[in-house]
Design a protein around this ligand. Structure first.
Ligand code: FAD
Ligand code: NAI
Length: 478
């Protein structure tokens, strides 16, 4: 007799493990299938998906270490602190990163135990439908077990997109997995793609001494962000931080050489060559739908490989749901987690929902970039009349005290109703500051609401307050 569950989740990334825990909290008998050991030394299956193992968490650990190194080299001196030539031990930095990853992935095992979620180790796939239940195959080391599920949540996530004729070996030519495990700072680092991974990981290795060249196909830079932010970011990354970003590039032949990689590319009709010790390929991610046996059961997958879902993440099949990177929308851990909670609540008969209009974006460069809601270009394209308030951190006492005054907060509010339509931050701690804007927008706040809220002094959040005042042309400190 096969084991039977109310809910079987395929994939234990942020979308999947959160869905399984929430389902169990709601009294459902839940299981979660995961096959990936992410190079675990004991070969054990690891929970947490891309995010915990080879994404958000390890990259943020390296960004923090490298930022401290950067400060020791360049910023301590303004506080009167002198340190004789700081040195970075990349091995120690990597060990710290690995420890954080280990702690969090094993923490999810603990959460599964606490919430009585059954972990099924193996590759999950659809094996048919019997008596209105889904038969799911779990295959590991050539052996297959079948389980039955009233509901299935597909949360199989995504993997790095590779380019034809650029063989990723994750030693010299790397995607995110190899790029998070370098054994030392390369002297010359090449990056293909100036997106989020290219900028974050390019920043890590630049701070640790690499000469970084980023080759971007698009003619513009960070096109999803607000134009004012992009302009400031471009200035800071290229002129101040000397990241060598080249736009409008066409990548040609890429080959391994005796001492690294040779990348041929075309820029403004000129043929160029980049010689580097290591190359990161970060040109987007593709959803993981192969291996699910989707065709056999008729699960609808788009031409681009995403599972098609409605606004509550229902697929075309009865009681089959899909969440996270494997469905359309931004590929962000918190978006996947919210969808996981929504689906578990819908299965339990509640009214789960996700407001996709208030999903924040954060890029953890220095300065950080964060936004929620619409950009100026989107508002103009939609013909919405708006007012804008922009305040720099340069006028803020806390920012001055911290010695970091780059950037600004820019807020857009509806010209007629004053409702906040978008908030864009570039600056130190933008990742934390954006939360206030998300809460405000979720509650349908006006810029006047933020203007009337008491913000602690001296804090960076006062810049958010001033930006709201500036929407009404009455900032107090600028
Ligand atoms: P995943 O995390 O990809 O998890 C899916 C899991 O399903 C995987 O463990 C996979 O092994 C498993 N799986 C796949 N197929 C099967 C199968 N058939 N059977 C069993 N298991 C299967 N997002 C942020 O919000 N903030 C960040 O700072 C951030 N930084 C990032 C940095 C990097 C370098 C990268 C690569 C990504 C980053 N992301 C970040 C994106 C984030 O990691 C993803 O959006 C998130 O992990 C998606 O969650 P998910 O659960 O949909 O999929
Ligand atoms: P991305 O979509 O952010 O950027 C990819 C870049 O590569 C784009 O600028 C694109 O124009 C460029 N590109 C595509 N093909 C190219 C080619 N042939 N030659 C040169 N350039 C090319 O993708 P990235 O950086 O790989 O990250 C994947 C996803 O992971 C992100 O979209 C995001 O969803 C998630 N992520 C989120 C982070 C965060 O929230 N802080 C951090 C890192 C990743």
């Amino acid at each position: 007799m096969s084991k039977e569950f109310d809910v079987v989740v395929i994939g234990a990334g942020p979308g999947g493990y959160v869905a399984a825990i929430r389902a169990a909290q709601l009294g459902l008998n839940a299981a979660c299938i995961e096959y990936n050991s992410y190079a675990d030394p004991k070969g054990e299956v690891r929970l947490g998906g891309t995010c915990l193992n080879v994404g958000c968490i390890p990259s943020k650990a390296l960004l923090q270490s490298s930022e401290l190194f950067e400060q020791a080299n360049h910023s301590f001196v303004m506080h009167g602190i002198s340190v004789d030539s700081p040195r970075m031990d990349v091995g120690v930095m990597m060990k710290r990163k690995n420890n954080i990853v280990d702690q969090l992935t094993s923490g999810i095992r603990g959460l599964f135990k606490k919430n009585k979620v059954t972990l099924l180790s193996g590759l999950g796939s659809f094996a048919g439908r019997e008596d209105e239940k889904w038969k799911i195959a779990v295959t590991r080391n050539g052996e297959t077990e079948h389980v039955m599920a009233k509901h299935v949540i597909v949360a199989t996530g995504s993997r790095a997109r590779h380019l034809p004729d650029i063989p990723v070996d994750n030693e010299v030519i790397c995607d995110n997995e190899g790029a998070l495990a370098f054994d030392g700072a390369p002297k010359r680092l090449g990056v293909i793609g100036a997106g989020v991974i290219g900028l974050e990981l390019g920043s890590v290795w630049k701070r640790l001494g690499a000469e970084v060249t980023i080759l971007e196909a698009a003619p513009d830079f960070l096109s999803a962000a607000d134009a004012a932010i992009t302009k400031e970011a471009w200035k800071t990354f290229t002129a101040k931080q000397k990241l060598g970003i080249k736009l409008g590039v066409k990548i040609g032949k890429v080959e391994r050489t005796a001492d690294g990689v040779r990348v041929e590319y075309e820029l403004k009709d000129e043929q160029k060559v980049l010689e580097c010790d290591r190359l990161i390929v970060s040109v987007g991610r593709i959803p993981n739908t192969d291996g699910l046996n989707a065709d056999a059961v008729g699960l609808k997958v788009s031409d681009r490989g995403f599972i098609e879902v409605d606004e509550q993440c229902r697929t075309n099949l009865a009681n089959v749901w899909a969440v996270g990177d494997v469905v359309p929308g931004p590929m962000l851990a918190h978006k996947g987690m919210e969808e996981g909670v929504m689906v578990a609540e819908c299965i339990a008969g509640q009214k789960g929902h996700v407001n996709h209009d208030t999903v924040p974006w954060v890029i953890y460069t220095h300065p950080e970039i964060a936004w929620v809601g619409k950009t100026e270009a989107q508002l103009k394209a939609a013909g919405i009349e708006f007012k804008a308030g922009q305040i720099p951190f340069a006028a803020n006492g806390r920012a001055l005290g911290q010695g970091d005054t780059t950037g600004f907060v820019r807020m857009y509010a509806c010209a007629e109703t004053d409702r906040i339509l978008g908030v864009h931050v570039i600056g130190n701690n933008a990742s934390e500051l954006i939360a206030e804007a998300v809460v405000a927008m979720e509650f349908g706040a006006c810029s006047e609401d933020i203007a009337r809220i008491c913000h602690a002094h001296p804090t960076l959040s006062e810049v958010m307050h001033e930006a709201a005042l500036a929407c009404d042309k009455r900032p107090l400190h600028f």
